[in-house]
Design a protein around this ligand. Structure first.
Ligand code: IPE
Ligand code: IPE
Ligand code: MG
Length: 244
């Protein structure tokens, strides 16, 4: 927190931080371990990110945990990840609930194993009245799929006579996305040194500040969040206009 307070006022802290948690496999491979071990360590870094956001009073955190394309990975890895999601929800929900975190999920949840879907329902239900931090977990999520689904929802409304095509505007479109009601991310972080979005929050990141960190996700700690927020605080956001 120290470095951030020294350089900036709290009003500049991002309202919404989104993170592409990348590098679990490389973390494990570098240690001659199986990729699965990397995912296990990655779950620990999630706790750090949540804690960091709470301390910095950032009200929205979105984590990319599994993409719509990650289903292409070997069955053993996918199954292991599903097991970790199960374990994480069972183990962490009471703690998250007790500190005021509201948990939310985006993505094609119906593709997940049924018991994971039930756990997701339980977690959303348990934490629905909390307001300290909205933690959105993107699971089986793809930005293009989300945009296509939004277009389908709008088309259905037009077909039913409930919507005039001329009334489809950016706001109407955004409210048909999985992220309806959540502000767009101010700061989007990707770990592991890769510099791409990999289908994450394509619509919502139109004006996000992008910060790419070399740290592999299992090594991510609060100080990395602070470093990214610090960089964000030194950026000039123009939204296409000219600076004052
Ligand atoms: C991110 O780490 C976790 C998921 C995509 C589920 P990776 O598994 O992609 O790790 P690398 O990129 O292979 O190192
Ligand atoms: C993006 O990472 C998805 C998640 C972090 C959950 P990937 O590792 O799947 O992305 P690519 O394959 O390097 O683009
Ligand atoms: Mg990766």
């Amino acid at each position: 927190m120290g470095i951030i307070q020294s350089k900036t006022s709290l009003s500049q802290v991002p309202e919404h931080v989104a993170i592409i948690m990348d590098g679990n496999g490389r973390w494990a491979t570098r240690r001659a371990m199986s990729r699965l071990k990397g995912h296990e360590q990655g779950a620990k870094a999630v706790r750090e990110a949540v804690k960091g956001c709470r301390e910095l009073e950032i009200p929205y955190l979105t984590l990319f945990a599994f993409s719509s394309e990650n289903w292409k990975r070997p069955e053993e890895e996918v199954n292991h990840l599903m097991g970790l999601f199960r374990f994480f929800i069972k183990r962490e929900m009471n703690e998250l609930n007790s500190v005021g975190v509201r948990v939310n999920f985006i993505g094609n949840i119906s593709r997940l194993p049924e018991d994971v879907q039930k756990l997701i329902e339980y977690a959303v239900d348990l934490t629905q009245n909390n307001s300290k931090l909205v933690l959105t977990i993107a699971l089986s999520y793809g930005g293009q799929e989300e945009i296509v689904n939004a277009a389908k929802r709008l088309a259905e409304k037009v077909k039913a006579g409930d919507l005039n095509p001329d009334d489809i505007c950016e706001e109407e479109f955004a409210s048909s996305l999985d992220t309806a009601g959540i502000p767009d991310p101010d700061l989007l972080i990707r770990t592991s040194g890769e510099k791409r979005l990999s289908n994450f929050l394509l619509w919502q990141s139109a004006y996000s500040e992008l910060v790419f960190l070399d740290v592999l996700w299992p090594d991510f700690r609060k100080n990395h969040l602070e470093q990214a927020v610090d960089e964000y605080c030194n950026r000039c956001r123009r939204y296409g206009a000219v600076s004052a």
